[in-house]
Design a protein around this ligand. Structure first.
Ligand code: BES
Ligand code: MN
Ligand code: ZN
Length: 495
């Protein structure tokens, strides 16, 4: 994990002896404009900074990064103008976050920068700067480019208590996202159920959470047929990890569940070879709920959080479960396996039933569950399903934090497509249309009535297979950690 040091500063940005000064630009009516808070920078360029930027082709668009040699106009030898795009009055936090991220990616290899983006939105500038620097270098045998070492965030007063607290929260949040990215990016020969469980427990113990790990014997004794079925084909047996943040006077109890398939070959219903390596990310839901539970403890959120995390490797072998098998899930429901590649819903079913036994006020699960999510909503928009009020509340929050989810229905008529010829339910629907929704309907069968519940399908958003953009590099993105953290904060505030 690599995140830069972030510091508050109230010193002059034009005289600071740093490698670069980062300023924000926006798309105005007639060309680029400087974000408010850059008046003295513009003055140091004799009021001609926008003219200079125009000559260099600046438009102020999102993901536009323009480098200007300053020739001693200011203390830093380099000025970076990073675009936010079009703004309606105030820029959104996400516009600031992405602009800070794009600038900090462009600064890799330098040691120290300063920015005025924090004058517009300190938290967003801090999170974006930190996440844009993220690199995963654990598996390089030689040293490549180092990320930006330190970003100074310009604020009116560096001693301001509120600003200091906001920065500490932003740093903790960015570190949680970076840890989720690390877990997702760790290859499946090193991250398998037992080693994943160990990592979850070390992270949790360091933050003072209670932990519990069920191994394959415990799972058998207690009847976790979904997890054991899916994990049965691997030489690396499955686990169920439970992490508990228990504050003294909690406002509410929230259960988190995350899909932890450390590698998804598809099993006997094996996947095609092309892009199969991407299935190293099939534990992104698990990573997100683990780091969110840890973050809740670090931030001392007055909400009880219990993460229930099934971990298994979906492999084809002589011991693998088969299409045609019937599994008896935790709690007794029977499932006919039509396709062993629809494994996520099987491990989640066990975990959802277990999570409900804790009598939570809210239940949230997240999973890289269906290719159909990507077909429906693309690579950057999570599908959000569940009980309508809570679903809509979580959807609004996902948009506010810039992770951008969209509410999706759970149509009742899809349930009969899951009828099984011999068991209570089949793991795959008869028709392939609406695959994301069918998976959600399957999960809903394992959620106890009366619990406000949300399911986030993050198959696309959890893993960036395209070019870097904003504060998101290649590989694990850390979605939906910031949504989950903001939902917990919202519940702490409003119940
Ligand atoms: N892990 C996959 C879903 C996935 C696909 C995540 C692409 C990220 C990118 C999941 O286990 C899966 O294989 N789902 C099947 C379900 C089908 C067999 C009903 C799918 O979506 O094809
Ligand atoms: Mn699968
Ligand atoms: Zn999967």
């Amino acid at each position: 994990m690599t995140t830069p040091t972030l510091r508050l500063t109230d010193a002059s940005v034009t005289t600071a002896t740093v490698d670069a000064l980062v300023v924000g630009t926006v798309c105005g009516e007639d060309g680029p404009q400087l974000l408010p808070g850059n008046e003295e920078v513009n003055a140091a360029f004799d009021g001609a900074l926008i003219d200079v930027l125009k000559v260099l082709g600046a438009k102020g668009k999102a993901d536009e990064v323009i480098k200007v040699p300053t020739r001693r106009a200011i203390g830093a030898p380099l000025l970076i103008a990073t675009g936010l795009g079009k703004v309606n009055g105030q820029p959104s936090g996400e516009q600031v976050r992405r602009a800070a991220g794009a600038a900090s990616r462009a600064l890799s290899g330098t040691s120290r920068a300063i920015t005025t983006l924090s004058r517009v939105d300190l938290v967003a500038a801090a999170e974006g700067a930190a996440l844009g620097c993220y690199l995963f270098t654990a598996y390089r045998s030689h040293n490549g480019d180092a990320p930006l070492g330190r970003m100074d965030l310009s604020v009116p007063s560096a001693n301001d208590r509120v600003a200091q607290r906001d920065l500490a929260k932003a740093v903790a949040t960015a570190e949680a996202v970076a840890t989720a990215r690390d877990l997702v990016n760790t290859p499946p020969n090193d991250l398998y159920p037992a080693s994943f469980a160990d990592r979850a427990v070390s992270l949790a113990e360091a933050a003072g959470l209670h932990t519990e790990v069920l191994d394959e014997k415990d799972l058998l004794r207690e009847g976790y047929g979904g997890i054991l079925g899916v994990g049965g084909g691997s030489s690396r047996p499955p686990r169920l990890v439970r992490l508990h943040h228990a504050p003294a006077t909690p406002k509410a109890k929230v259960a988190l569940v995350g899909k932890g398939i450390t590698f998804d070959t598809g099993g006997i219903s094996i996947k095609p070879a092309a892009k199969m390596e991407e299935m190293t990310m099939d534990m992104a839901g698990a990573a997100a709920v683990i780091v969110t539970a840890v973050l809740a403890s670090q931030l001392q959120l007055p909400v009880e959080v219990i993460a229930t995390v099934p971990m298994a490797e979906n492999m084809p072998s002589a011991t693998a479960y088969r299409p045609g098998d019937v599994l008896t899930m935790y709690g007794g429901t029977t499932v006919e396996v039509i396709n062993t590649d629809a494994e996520g819903r099987l491990v989640l079913a066990d975990a959802l039933v277990r999570a409900a036994q804790d009598n939570p006020d809210y239940l949230i699960d997240t999973a890289t569950l269906t290719g159909a999510q990507i077909v429906a909503l693309g690579k950057r928009t999570s599908g959000i399903m569940g009980t309508p009020d809570f679903r809509d509340r979580v959807t609004v929050i996902s948009q506010q934090v810039g992770e951008g989810g969209w509410a999706m229905p759970l149509p009742e008529h899809l349930r009969s497509d899951l009828d099984s010829k011999l068991a209570d339910i089949a793991n795959v629907a008869e028709h392939r249309w609406g695959g994301m929704l069918a998976a959600g309907v399957f999960l809903s069968e394992f959620v106890r009535d009366g619990i406000p519940w949300v399911h986030l399908d993050i198959a696309g958003p959890a893993y960036n297979t395209g070019s870097p953009w904003g504060y998101t590099g290649k590989g694990g993105t850390g979605v939906p950690v910031r949504t989950l953290a903001a939902v917990l904060a919202d519940i702490a505030e409003r119940g």
